[in-house]
Structure formats: structure tokens, C-alpha cells
Design a protein around this ligand. Sequence first.
Ligand SMILES: C[S@@+](CC[C@H](N)C(=O)[O-])C[C@H]1O[C@@H](n2cnc3c(N)ncnc32)[C@H](O)[C@@H]1O
Length: 196
Amino acid sequence: MSTAGVRDRTLPTWFFHNPLRRWFKKPGRLIDFCPPRSGDVVADLGAGGGFFLAELSRRVGSAGRIYAVDIDDGALSLAQRVATTLEVTDRVEFIHSSAASVPSIPSGGVDYILSNGLLCCLIDKERAMEEMWRILKPGGRALVTFVTIGPRFTARGRALRTSERRFRELLSRRSWEVIPGKAKPFSRRFILRKFG
Ligand SMILES: C[S@@+](CC[C@H](N)C(=O)[O-])C[C@H]1O[C@@H](n2cnc3c(N)ncnc32)[C@H](O)[C@@H]1O
């Protein structure tokens, strides 16, 4: 499948923090499924407007560190404002970059990855999964969620689409330990552990 010229998906900033989302989705509930530990170095890949920053920064504490990575300037500015309000800017580094290539995060430099809704917004899923593998420490964990539905009628739609089958195919390239989570009708949730 050719993906030349096909763009990743970004979202309007109102999507990230709005009363309806807060009502339906409690950030702590997802993080509880696989929480980072105190002092952990965390990479929030496709961090958006920082919806999970409060939970992540509370759990890693002042000894921890968070890389918030996104390709969208508007989303990152919002995340920066959230961090300022939470008074946690000292433990968050904002990286304007594709999650498919984050050279500023050292190899094996991360204990925990959150990737909530990134894979279904990103074209180069292979490289993004390789980056996850590279930046995680051996034994490090990743909490990955993605939406499985989307339009198939355009090249972009097909490239963005992330079925469970496609995701498992990506996983098979490395020796991930996979703990499947809840499979909802239109989304999936997994905990991955880097073997080693
Ligand atoms: C569905 S949103 C989820 C945002 C955030 N994780 C949350 O749950 O609020 C997906 C995010 O991925 C970002 N994104 C899309 N392609 C990306 C890429 N190649 N690298 C990093 N972020 C990307 C978008 O800008 C958007 O902020």
C-alpha cells in the first residue's frame, strides 16, 4: 500500500479537553490499568493537549520525568498550558516531533510509554512501533490504545486504519510480551512489555 504524500491525523484542540470527554473518559481509569511508578521516565506519545498529564505527573512524582511528544503545535501549546496550571513544567519535556522518529529520547531511556489513540492517527506505524521498542528499557511497559474503525474509501483512511490484526502483525516483529486488555466494539487496549 503506497502512503506517499499521506498525512498523519491531527485534531482540533477542543477535542482534547471538553466537558463531554471528561464526563465519559476519566484519565485515571485508563492509567489505573497499567500505572507508571514513582520516579519513572514516561513517554506520552501523541500526547495531544495533555489530557493525561495530571495523572502521569502525579504518579511519577517529582523524581519522575515525562516526555510529551506530538506533531501538532496547537496540541502541544495546550499541553504546556496544562502543565503550567498543574505546576509540573519542571518534570515535563515537550517534544514537537513525529512519534515515528524521536531522536532526542535516548535508546532505553524510558520506563513507561503511554500511546492513547496515536496509532490510528499515524501513517508510519512500523517506525512508531520501532521507536517504542528502541526508547523502552528492557522490562519497560507500554499502555497502547487505538480505535479500530475509520473510513476505507480513501488512501488516507486505509493508511490510518488500525485493525487488531494489523497491530498484532506489527507486534510480531519484536519479542513483545502482550497482555490484551478490554476489547470494546471499536477500540482496543493492550499492555506491552519489552522482553529482556
Ligand atoms: C486521538 S489524539 C490523542 C491525544 C492524547 N493522547 C489524548 O488521549 O488526549 C492523537 C494525537 O496524536 C497526534 N499525532 C498524530 N500523528 C502523530 C505523529 N506522527 N507523531 C506524534 N503525534 C502524532 C495528534 O496530533 C493527536 O494529538
